[in-house]
Design a protein around this ligand. Structure first.
Ligand SMILES: [Fe+2]
Length: 191
């Protein structure tokens, strides 16, 4: 009904100024800010553990394209770790990692995938790509949410850094799709 639509629109318009009155300072003590800090610790653990896991995935891969892509993303991942440390500093906190059960599981599955496939096979490479993309998708959701939270709380500098990492995760994800679709999947199907 058109009438109810108009009412909803008016209500949301009148709610906006109240949101704006929450300054970054007020927010820093809020439960919402606590949630932001907890999510930050989660992804910090995830990134630090990826720095350890990616070289193993790179070593297990056969295709040069895949090895290069993982190697490149390893270097980016190290930057992601230091960006997170910068954000902790911006928030006046010491960088702290909190075990991310989801990432631990994804890394374990990736290792199992390698163990269950033959060395120098494209099936193994296809499996590594699937595992790596699951990791990227987790990170894309984490960084997208963190960026949004930072923006809502008025932490523009932190949001900017989170956005940079988000873009790199998205790029890594599409590069993996490209590699899988250009050669690996077809070769794996022919093995
Ligand atoms: Fe990352």
């Amino acid at each position: 009904m058109p009438t109810s639509r108009t009412t909803t629109k008016t209500a949301s318009t009148t709610r906006k100024p109240a949101r704006k009155s929450n300054t970054a300072e007020q927010m820093s003590n809020s439960k919402f800010h606590e949630l932001f800090m907890e999510e930050l610790k989660d992804i910090y653990w995830a990134e630090k553990n990826l720095v350890k896991a990616l070289p193993k995935m790179q070593k297990a891969a056969t295709s040069e394209d895949l090895k290069d892509a993982i190697g490149h993303h390893l270097e980016e991942t190290k930057i992601h770790v230091s960006r997170l440390e910068d954000i902790f500093e911006m928030m006046g906190k010491k960088a702290q990692a909190k075990k991310c059960e989801a990432m631990e599981g994804l890394i374990m599955e990736a290792q199992r995938g390698v163990e269950d496939t033959e060395e120098d096979s494209m099936v193994r490479d296809a499996g590594i790509i699937i595992s790596a993309q699951k990791v990227e998708h987790y990170e894309i959701s984490a960084y997208g949410s963190l960026r949004t939270l930072a923006n809502v709380m008025g932490h523009a500098d932190a949001a900017e850094l989170l956005e940079q990492t988000l873009e790199e995760e998205k790029h890594a994800d599409s590069l993996l799709t490209e590699i899988a679709e250009s050669t690996i999947n077809e070769e794996a199907a022919a093995e």
